[in-house]
Write a protein that binds this ligand. Structure first.
Ligand code: ZN
Length: 142
């Protein structure tokens, strides 16, 4: 599955320090971190920041990662802080999951003349539905 970096304040901050544009910068970060084997199980990484992954799995120092991608900036504290807040994000076409960016699966339902849809993210298990509130409907009918 494709992985990218969420367009957040941390990414905007990083872009102020580097000469490349947003897309090139994202490609650089993803490819360097993949090569360094920091990124390897994408389903575990969507919706998490660099800092969260380090905290969860350990085994790597933040400054090392910055040094892998941006050697000239690894001693800049503000830059290192921004880097730790970069969030890995999925790629979606229609229904973006708010929690991880991946494509949500759409299911249509019909019952008692009502129609509704469920959206489910198979990556992070987020669910959304506009199913009628049956308890409330029954109260009205009775
Ligand atoms: Zn999700």
């Amino acid at each position: 599955m494709e992985i990218t970096i969420k367009d957040n304040d941390a990414l905007e901050g990083i872009l102020l320090y580097v000469p490349t544009d947003k897309k090139e910068t994202i490609d650089l970060i993803i490819s360097k971190l993949t090569k360094d084997e920091f990124l390897h199980e994408p389903t575990e990484e969507y919706g998490k920041t660099v800092g969260m992954i380090i905290e969860e799995y350990g085994g790597v120092v933040l400054e090392h990662l910055v040094n892998v991608v941006f050697p000239c900036l690894s001693e800049n504290e503000e830059f290192v802080f921004l880097f730790s807040n970069l969030m890995f994000w999925g790629v979606s076409k229609e229904f973006e999951c708010e929690d991880c960016g991946c494509e949500m699966d759409l299911y249509n339902f019909e019952n008692h003349g009502y129609e509704w849809t469920d959206l489910e993210c198979s990556v992070c298990d987020r669910k959304e539905t506009n199913e009628p509130d049956w308890d409330n409907l029954m109260l009205k009918i009775n």
